[in-house]
Design a protein around this ligand. Sequence first.
Ligand code: SF4
Ligand code: SF4
Length: 510
Amino acid sequence: MTEHAVEGSGHAPLASLVDEAARTTHGGGSAPPPPDEYDEGPLYAARKTIYPQSVHGTFRRIKWTVLVVTLGIYYLLPFVRWDRGPNAPHQAVLVDFPGRRFYFFFIEIWPQEVYYLTGLLIIAAVTLFLMNAVAGRVWCGYLCPQTVWTDLFVAIERWIQGDRREHLLADREPWTFERAARAASKHFWWIIIAWWTGGAWVLYFADAPTLVKNLATFQAPPVAYAFIGLLTFTTYTLAGWMREQVCIYMCPWPRIQAALTDEYALNVTYRYDRGEPRASLKKAAALHAAGRPAGDCIECLQCVHVCPTGVDIRGGADLGCIQCGLCIDACDAVMKKIGRPPRLIAYDTDVNIRNRQQGKPVFFKIVRTRTLLYAAIIALVGSVMTYALATRRSDGLSVIHDRNPMYVRLSDGGVRNAYAIRILNKTLQTQNFVLTLSGLPDAKVDVIGAEAGSGGDPVIEVGPDQTREMRVLVTTHAALAPEASIPIVFTVTAGNAGISAAAGDHFVGP
Ligand code: SF4
Ligand code: SF4
């Protein structure tokens, strides 16, 4: 993979650095120049503004669709309601910090279940690997928030300041009132979008309609305004000003992706098997007339002009390329105009290009060891999480036997054991748990601080989303006292909620 190497890209071509290195270190076998003769210029040139040209075609349409769907979901999801019954919030997706819950439609995650988050992160990472193994940086080109918001900001810019040529020419002219007004209008709309983005983000942390009302009447908590301000600033800066620099310099994924890819992954590729040299129509005609070959590329540079990161993909795979496919659309339009077959630039593999050059059939190998492995990991982690979610309980019970003493002999000859029990109520309603004991017939069970219910068994009240620890005394008559340790089982049942939990321990005899 080459380093990013195009006019306007903002850093030096790798090839020129390599040439420079060769020239300075191996210059015909002569000794290297003294240090003060080295070029001490910076390794990175200052950023040159990129003016991406608009383009129409299949991949542009896919990108618009993805943009509308993803932004639509992001901005509207907090307003989707979901009925969870009394005492529970009715927002479909909610991070409820005061209630210590995360709600996602029918799924409810409790604080002690953060391991689900680990599972989700594993699935997200491996899905990214799988996407990369199938079609390179397709995530970056279509779904990454940086790409989506930058696309939207560039669309606003074009709408106000014109397409590439108009904007480029205007920027070379001195400032006029009209130019200043257009620039101000662009920044105004950018800030509005950035503000909506920050505003939508905080709606995921409280009841959205209520928070909107509170924000509008300045009654929302200060932290909500602070986060809106912070996200407005980051969105405006990253999508409006930094754009492709985030993808090229800040994001680690291109480097990781470059290490993960293989020769079968589909990447946006210039098909040099369609002939070289590249030449304008006129030059190509002259070359043909002289009996020399010419490629299909006519050097129109449309593929470079539409590129949001300023890459010339004809130079080979490039860390700056986000695989958005816009250069494919641009080149297809050119090929159509000049009557040559489309897909001179295409999602393809180097293996296929070599095969075409050698007259061998082309093939796409999506099912291979690494894609199967990634899919298997996703399926496995997903299945474990689904099973754990489907079988998890709404309550819990733990029992700890007193260690010292293990038992107490009473004056009437009976034997008593003491335990600490902890009952966890994960529901959002108060529950009355009835405690019963099995394994020790006719034993008397007393819970300190709890009354007996109508059935004679102790009833322990546990508040919503709370844990309660109680001390339990189990007493048996002298005649029934076991001579050694025997297993027993405590059970708590909240009949009205249809939930129960059990925990085993031992009753220790003399
Ligand atoms: S758009 Fe196509 S024809 Fe034009 S320079 Fe790019 S690859 Fe060549
Ligand atoms: S080279 Fe093509 S695919 Fe890559 S970022 Fe530029 S336009 Fe998108």
